[in-house]
Design a protein around this ligand. Structure first.
Ligand code: FE
Length: 140
């Protein structure tokens, strides 16, 4: 079981940019084709922009054509948590960081093999850590 990072709303507002706060803490969505990681192919790990929790490996990233960074699977099953989302009259599966509960995006069952899953993730909810660099885990 992952140790959670729990911060007050005030603390999140202090630590996050307005754009990060809107996505991670208010379930916002960045505009398609606008995210900073759409064209990123550098080897490394995408970590949560809120808490530094490793989320996705660069090798699992693929071109989905959706306008958002897309991955076939997370670094581990317990890195993220899935939640049923009924917004906009459709049932989707929301994906959150398992450590800080930050909203990341959604997962859809139309991805490529081997998982058949497409993790559709907001760039602003992640930071890219180059291969070999230390993971900057955020603590209280
Ligand atoms: Fe997090």
């Amino acid at each position: 079981m992952m140790e959670k990072l729990r911060l007050s709303d005030d603390e999140w507002r202090r630590r996050l940019s307005p754009e990060e706060y809107a996505v991670l803490r208010e379930h916002g969505t960045e505009a398609p084709w606008d995210g900073c990681f759409l064209e990123t192919h550098e080897p490394g790990t995408y970590v949560c922009a809120g808490c530094g929790n490793p989320l996705f490996r660069s090798g699992e990233k693929f071109e989905s054509g959706s306008g958002w960074p897309s991955f076939t699977h997370p670094v581990s099953a317990n890195a993220i948590s899935n939640h049923e989302d009924h917004a906009y009259g459709v049932i989707r599966t929301e994906v959150r960081c398992a450590r800080c509960e930050g909203h990341l995006g959604h997962v859809f069952p139309d991805g490529p093999p081997p998982t058949g899953l497409r993790y559709c993730i907001n760039s602003v909810s992640m930071k890219h850590v180059p291969e070999g660099a230390p993971i900057p885990l955020v603590v209280e």
